[in-house]
Write a protein that binds this ligand. Structure first.
Ligand code: ZN
Ligand code: ZN
Length: 414
């Protein structure tokens, strides 16, 4: 068995080869918290070995962000330095790649006024809108991987060794991250290639079927979701503008496509908690009419959910529909990770907010107006929420009204 440093090195390598698929001559932007410094240094070294031209690291510190949320004047939260947004834009325009390393405390913001967090998130999203389009539209190659924090690990493993709870929980979480990202397999790169091929088989079936509508049934859920005209199912990875195949999320188990903005009706009940910017929303429902959220409930985090939906008009509509079998490496851990990157890969999910243009045939060539006409939702945000469980059934409805079982008891029926 590999030692921890050996596994961490393999993890960095997977992130840059299977994930980002960094090409010689590219600049690599790494977004990372200071707590992930060891992984960042390994990734930077690997990047240069792979021929990177330069590695630019944008360090973050969530405790400093917390201090700003708590103490900075409200005006300050409404400002984002233009030079920084322009810098990111310039790097993206010049063909840079991006590796984001996430390490967060799910409860960081539980005592912070959600209004102040919402203002700050919106300011950031507006300032970085152009850069985010390079990412969201897959114009640049990019990937996200996770890194434990003591607080996050303690939340996932609340019963870890009482003598030294936090360190032990961090080790346990690393083990799970290494297993669900296939880092602990004898040949992680080969394991990923096989996994991507398996996802491709499902994509081929779905893209041939061209279902007009999906019908979801489960406890608290009865929902019909029309798919956008000319929708394209995508999963595993995609190609950037230069044709580089990259896998944006490690892990990834989902195949997903674009709902028609105004074609969603009924109620969806969440099956896992949603951690939004350090605030937890749990046990919630959305009711849709003609695509729009007309009412919602939440046992925990109602105010945060309300702020989230009120971000803009598009936050009232769906932008993604994703299918994930209930039996997958992430789901088999039987853990709630309180982190979307993991939880969304354990469960069928939907997202409110922006649709991905690459989920339409030729979608990345269309103008904003053309995208809207084809049923794409526009928003500053995109937030996934989980509705999958072992009790979820999904039917695919064909253009001529035929119903076909797609999922039964949470798993593929095709
Ligand atoms: Zn998704
Ligand atoms: Zn999503």
């Amino acid at each position: 068995m590999d030692s921890f440093p050996a596994k961490l090195e393999k993890y960095a390598e997977l992130a840059l080869t299977i994930g980002v698929n960094l090409q010689p001559g590219q600049t690599l932007i790494i977004n990372a918290p200071i707590t992930a410094a060891q992984l960042v240094r390994l990734a930077a070294q690997k990047a240069y070995e792979l021929g990177a031209k330069n590695v630019y690291v944008e360090w973050g510190d969530e405790l400093l962000s917390l201090i700003a949320y708590q103490y900075a004047p409200l005006e300050t939260l409404k400002e984002f330095p233009a030079w920084k947004a322009q810098g990111f834009q310039e790097m993206a325009k010049n063909g840079a790649a991006l590796l984001s390393i996430q390490a967060s405390n799910p409860d960081l913001l539980k005592d912070v006024d959600p209004e102040r967090v919402a203002v700050s998130n919106k300011t950031r999203a507006e300032a970085l809108e152009e850069f985010n389009q390079y990412v969201r539209n897959g114009i640049m190659n990019w990937a996200i991987v996770s890194h434990p924090t003591p607080e996050w690990a303690a939340k996932v493993f609340p019963d870890a060794d009482a003598a030294n709870p936090q360190e032990n929980a961090v080790d346990l979480l690393w083990d799970k991250i290494f297993s669900v990202t296939r880092t602990d397999q004898p040949d992680p790169i080969a394991a990923w290639q096989e996994h991507i091929a398996g996802l491709q088989e499902k994509l081929d079936v779905l893209n041939r079927k061209k279902y007009k509508q999906l019908h979801y049934r489960g406890p608290g859920t009865n929902l019909t979701v029309e798919l956008a005209d000319g929708h394209l199912w995508v999963g595993g990875g995609l190609r950037n503008k230069q044709g580089t195949f990259f896998v944006p999320n490690l892990p990834t188990e989902e195949v997903f496509t674009m709902p028609r903005k105004e074609g969603v009706n009924g109620t969806a009940r969440s099956t896992k908690p949603l951690n939004y910017g350090g605030n937890l929303i749990d046990n919630f429902t959305f009711t849709f009419e003609k695509g729009k959220i007309v009412s919602f409930t939440a046992d925990t985090g109602y105010e945060t959910l309300r702020k989230l939906i009120e971000t803009d008009e598009g936050a009232h509509y769906l932008g993604e529909v994703a299918l994930v079998p209930h039996y997958s490496p992430v789901s088999d851990t039987n853990l709630i990770f309180y982190n979307t990157l993991f939880d969304e890969n354990a469960s069928c999910h939907l997202a409110i907010g922006a649709a991905y243009p690459f989920n339409l045939q030729e979608g990345t060539m269309l103008t904003k107006d053309q995208l809207i006409e084809r049923g794409a939702n526009m928003s500053l945000m995109h937030v996934d929420f989980m509705i999958g469980s072992s009790e979820l059934d999904i039917d695919g409805v064909t253009a001529d009204g035929q119903r076909e079982p797609l999922f039964r008891k949470g798993n593929w029926a095709i």
